[in-house]
Design a binder for this molecule. Structure first.
Ligand code: ADP
Ligand code: MG
Length: 253
């Protein structure tokens, strides 16, 4: 049965989507069956996986709000299966609010495919609304990318509160998979200090792997490729492979 991991941080631009795509691809190339579910109306994980959003007839909105069977919406990509997102999803918060058992919509649709995959990754939007509650209710664990910058820890309290709230009300088994330091610039003292601060606060919950700031990582999505295909020798590719190894070990796979 798949481990369901949601990439979440209500801050935008911390590396959720980049990590969804590249961890997903690295896990797949390590032999795992991976499904990536894009639930951000920006659809960056969708275009970054090489899928043209303009030709899609259905997306995760249909799955979550209209109860379209998830299998019908899956798009195969180079490395993993994808449930895409388009701008249609921007109306989902309001529509979700009207649903019976509105916190469980995503969980219910994922149950039908859970046995088909080893990992299901969910690329979460930068918000703590009902869509995020759906993702946290459906997931086994939350992987939190944190940008290695001055405001790194800001907002994490709120995120942890939301996780706690979902634990109490909808999903008692929800774990924090780990904190992932991203966009690390080893030339600056600030990055080193922030990394230390995050480690002293979260201790062994922080992944050993640190994702460096790398131009190649930011270029890959415009080619619709994961970094391990776009530039397999790059430091970004190595580090996402390392992260995949850590995650495999963590879940005994
Ligand atoms: P989020 O999904 O949290 O909003 P993204 O993964 O989309 O964040 O990253 C935000 C921007 O930063 C994107 O343009 C992305 O290409 C770029 N980016 C992400 N990770 C890195 C990195 N390690 N080095 C350089 N640029 C990065
Ligand atoms: Mg994103």
């Amino acid at each position: 049965m798949a481990q369901i991991i949601v990439l979440a941080n209500q801050k935008g631009g911390v590396g959720k989507t980049t990590t969804s795509i590249n961890l997903g691809a690295a896990l797949a190339q390590a032999g795992q069956r991976v499904l990536l579910v894009d639930i951000d109306a920006q659809g960056n994980a969708t275009s970054g996986s090489g899928v043209d959003k303009s030709v899609l007839e259905q997306d995760s909105y249909d799955v979550i709000v209209e109860h379209t069977p998830l299998r019908e919406v899956i798009v195969p990509t180079d490395n993993y299966d994808l449930v895409p997102a388009t701008i249609q999803l921007s109306g989902a918060e309001i529509e979700l609010a009207k649903q019976p058992q509105r916190e469980y919509c995503l969980k219910k649709s994922l149950e039908s495919v859970r046995d088909d995959y080893d990992f299901i990754l969910i690329d979460n939007p930068p918000a703590l609304g009902l869509m995020t509650v759906n993702a946290f209710t459906a997931a086994d664990a939350v992987l939190i990318p944190v940008q290695t910058e001055f405001y790194a820890l800001e907002g994490l309290g709120q995120l942890l509160n939301t996780i706690e709230l979902v634990r109490q009300q909808f999903n008692p088994d929800l774990d924090v998979a780990g904190i992932l330091l991203t966009m690390y610039d080893g030339r600056t003292n600030l990055a080193k200090q922030v990394a230390q601060e995050v480690r002293s606060y979260f201790d062994d919950k922080v992944y050993d792997t640190i994702i460096p700031r790398s131009v190649r990582l930011s270029e890959a999505p415009s080619y619709g490729q994961a970094i391990i295909d776009f530039d397999p020798r790059s430091i970004g590719a190595q580090m996402y492979n390392n992260l995949a190894q850590e995650v495999l070990k963590q879940y005994g796979k």
